[in-house]
Ligand binder design. Structure first.
Ligand code: ABU
Length: 497
């Protein structure tokens, strides 16, 4: 074994190529050992929480005029892993993404090794055809006839939803592209009060205005109220505005509710509105014959957001925007930049797909998902989905009547389960005036404890006038029944004092 001095001398004597090769190999060893294998081991903590001031002292964030040695860089790599949340850990059940899929990881690493930008066929021949294949298969699964239509990979579900808005508006008012907002009347779109905030955000960003997103009432389960939808459409017409789009949700962010798509499609047809479905979260259920009924009617949508990085556990990020209308994306967003999209190239330039996007440079998010799909086959993806739904059902059965647990809704539809944990000290106080206030403080206190101990991560929120409640999320099919039992017991342990 070389001592440090010898090692550095040895390094200096190597040509750059060998030094870099050695460095990369050392880095890969660290990544595999510490981030991948130790990071997903149930025996290890999934985070090592430090407050920002403390972390700034422990971690060398500052940049310097001098470069760092390879040893220092390896140390920084280790520190990054040490203080980061291991989202592939089985007990990271905090967000609508988790898991560390081995094939997805390799696909992600290969994406970065090749570092493509998917705008032209000449720069990204393989990725362009991969996108064509995967998007067509996704459209078939959605139920668009023969998989016809169009689609793109987007940097996240919010942007995919934004494309829904942009295409819907362009379809009705193609002049928007050149004349801008001045050419338009006041536009109104509709989504449920439980829908993802990106709908309002995108309405602001695209000049529609968040006040012109009419939020439709939901029932106790979180599903859009169809009577209210129609009433709000009529109201907007009476106000002199032009309704143009309904954004339904398949799998709401907190409660996991699925809006009634067939009824929404009927209303969209009646009033001539674009139907977008935000299935960013719930879209994965389409893979399974058993669970796809939750999205019955999605085949009638004009456009769909579906994030494989959520229920299907492709690495972050992998979000698809799919639509039944061929050519509309390019019509709405294309500008034919002469230096990229030359029409006199020697190959079929319909494969220069970049002009459909609002981005120019674009990462190849398709590879990791395509590679996972190749590895598992469609049957493997179906099994994955059925396993996570079964885990969620088992977890629900465990807590439904268990002392200390109270469900927000007794029959969740998706794999996000919402509930209160009620510590013993509060169990007989339901009739007290301050019960809700006291309950509201329980989840944040338990969350602090779980993060400081690093044993699991589950998020909480207040919604629909309820005090804070937990939302646990299952999309890691590596979890089993004993993990579900462990998680329940962990709530009991954390809530015990
Ligand atoms: N795109 C919304 C995901 C946020 C969450 O995990 O709750």
């Amino acid at each position: 074994r070389m001592n440090k001095q010898n090692e550095e001398a040895h390094f200096e004597s190597l040509p750059n190529k060998s030094r870099h090769e050695l460095f990369i190999r050392q880095c890969v060893d660290i990544l595999l050992k510490e981030a991948v294998f130790e990071g997903t081991n149930r025996k290890n903590r999934l985070l090592n929480f430090r407050n920002p001031d403390e972390l700034k002292k422990l971690f060398d964030f500052e940049l310097s005029v001098h470069g760092s040695t390879h040893d220092e860089l390896l140390g920084l790599l280790r520190d990054t892993i040490t203080f980061s949340v291991k989202t592939g850990h089985p007990y990271f059940v905090n967000q609508l993404f988790s898991s560390l899929d081995p094939y997805g990881l390799v696909g992600q690493w290969l994406t970065d090794a090749l570092n493509p930008s998917v705008y032209t066929y000449e720069v990204s021949p393989v990725f362009t055809l991969m996108e064509e294949t995967v998007l067509r298969e996704m459209r078939k699964i959605v139920g668009f006839k023969d998989g016809k239509g169009d689609g793109i990979f987007c940097p996240g579900g919010s942007i995919s939803n934004g494309y829904g808005l942009s295409c819907a508006r362009h379809k009705k008012f193609p002049d928007i592209k050149t004349k801008g907002l001045n050419s338009l009347p006041r536009l109104v779109l509709f989504t449920s009060e439980d829908a993802h905030y990106s709908i309002k955000k995108m309405a602001s960003f695209q000049g529609v205005g968040s006040d012109n997103v009419y939020c439709i009432k939901t029932d106790r389960r979180g599903k859009m109220d169809i009577l209210d939808l129609e009433a709000q459409i009529i109201k907007s017409i009476e106000e002199g505005a032009v309704p143009f789009m309904v954004s339904a949700t398949s799998g709401t962010t907190v409660l996991g509710a699925f809006d009634p798509l067939n009824e929404i499609a009927d209303i969209c047809e009646k009033y001539g509105l674009w139907m977008h479905v935000d299935a960013a979260w719930g879209g994965g259920a389409l893979m399974s014959q058993k669970y796809r009924k939750l999205l019955t009617g999605i085949e009638r949508a004009d456009s769909v957001t579906w994030n494989p990085h959520k229920l299907l556990t492709a690495p972050q990020q992998c979000s698809a925007f799919l639509l039944r209308h061929e050519g509309l994306l390019a019509e709405a967003h294309g500008l034919n930049a002469a230096y990229l999209f030359q029409k006199d190239k020697f190959y079929d330039t319909k494969y220069d797909t970049g002009d459909k996007h609002i981005q120019c440079g674009r990462r190849a998010d398709v590879l990791k998902f395509w590679y996972m799909w190749k590895a598992k086959g469609t049957n493997g993806l179906v099994k994955h989905i059925e396993r996570v739904f079964e885990n969620a059902e088992y977890f629900t059965d465990l807590i439904r009547n268990r002392p200390g647990f109270e469900m927000v809704h007794p029959e969740p539809e998706c794999t996000n389960i919402c509930f209160w944990y009620i510590p013993k000290s509060l169990r007989d106080c339901k009739d007290n005036d301050n019960y809700k206030e006291r309950l509201h403080r329980v989840a944040p206190a338990m969350k602090e404890k779980m993060m400081k101990e690093g044993t699991m991560m589950v998020t909480y929120q207040a919604q629909k006038g309820h005090p804070n409640f937990f939302r646990i999320v299952f999309q890691n099919s590596g979890l089993n029944r004993s993990d579900m039992e462990h998680l329940v017991q962990e709530f009991e342990r954390l809530g015990s004092n």
